[in-house]
Design a protein around this ligand. Structure first.
Ligand code: TA6
Length: 278
């Protein structure tokens, strides 16, 4: 079952329900901000201060960073324009009692070409089921190759930041954006202060271990993984975030970031996909 809901600001989202799970996905940004399995709470953190307004990225869920991750490009806003662009809902396909597939599309417009002068189709597919799967397929319609960086900027809801550890990134080099430096550690990650790292050459599987759940991220088409938590001071300064929010979430982002950019050849495609299971 699914329905389109519009709030008082005209902000639209689709609510999907089947026998396995429930999800809410905004048409702006093809942005999933709730995924709840029947027996569990929302897997995705959503800020209590988040506003649902056109042109403002939802603080939480899975923002799609595209065609840029970060803010290295002067002509493009931080994390690109996809997360504040209106996607077209192409299809909702009830695959079976436990599984619903939702397909969105974003195409270039006069406005997007003014920011990033390329012709493209960005196809976003989600499967709401016992697991949550999401993919972004970039189609290059240009005569020339183009370059993208991207991420599923997933905010995971956690019991408390002090309870979690992140496994699967041990012995991988990471670029520490706070120190502007490269490092490597042989231990699982514990978050005890602000963290903003881009891990390089990462494997397909990363694990978030919490008190009461083990979450597996299985990623394809990505070679970097970002780990982010703003900690106390930055939490208080971030837009649409309360000062204690840092305790409630961690971002683990399946990405192609910084040097790990993707050249999408003319008339070809590239797909980044993520399956989250727990
Ligand atoms: O992915 C980590 C990061 O790039 C951080 O540096 C951080 O500030 C953030 O994402 C959130 O960005 P936003 O543009 O959503 O405020």
């Amino acid at each position: 079952m699914h329905k389109i809901i519009k709030n008082e600001n005209g902000f639209e989202y689709i609510e999907v329900k089947n026998s396995a799970a429930k999800a809410k996905i905004a048409l702006q940004g093809a942005h999933i901000f709730e995924y709840t399995r029947q027996d569990k709470n929302n897997l995705l953190w959503l800020s209590e201060k988040s506003v649902f307004e056109q042109g403002v990225a939802i603080r939480g869920g899975i923002p799609l960073c595209w065609p840029r991750f970060g803010s290295l490009d002067e002509s493009l806003q931080q994390h690109g324009f996809a997360r504040v662009s209106m996607f077209k809902l192409i299809n909702v396909n009830e695959l079976n009692e436990f599984s619903t597939e939702v397909l969105f599309e974003l195409r270039d417009t006069k406005e997007s070409r003014a920011l990033w002068n390329h012709q493209f189709i960005l196809e976003v597919k989600m499967v709401i089921s016992q697991t949550l799967s999401i993919s972004m397929k970039t189609k290059n319609l240009d005569e020339k190759d183009f370059m993208i960086t991207q991420a599923f900027h997933t905010y995971f809801s956690i019991s408390n930041i002090q309870n979690i550890s992140i496994k699967g990134l041990e012995n991988k080099f990471y670029f520490d954006t706070l120190l502007d430096d490269k490092h490597k550690e042989d231990q699982a990650i514990k978050v005890e202060k602000e963290i903003d790292r881009v891990y390089i050459d990462t494997d397909d599987e990363v694990f978030l271990i919490d008190k009461d759940k083990n979450i597996k991220l299985h990623t394809l088409g990505s070679a970097s993984t970002v780990v982010w938590n703003p900690w106390i001071e930055k939490s208080a300064k971030m837009s649409y975030m309360s000062k204690n929010a840092y305790k409630e979430f961690v971002c683990i982002e399946s990405a192609n970031a910084f040097d790990d950019f993707v050249m999408v050849k003319s008339k070809k495609t590239h797909t980044l996909s993520l399956t989250i299971s727990f």
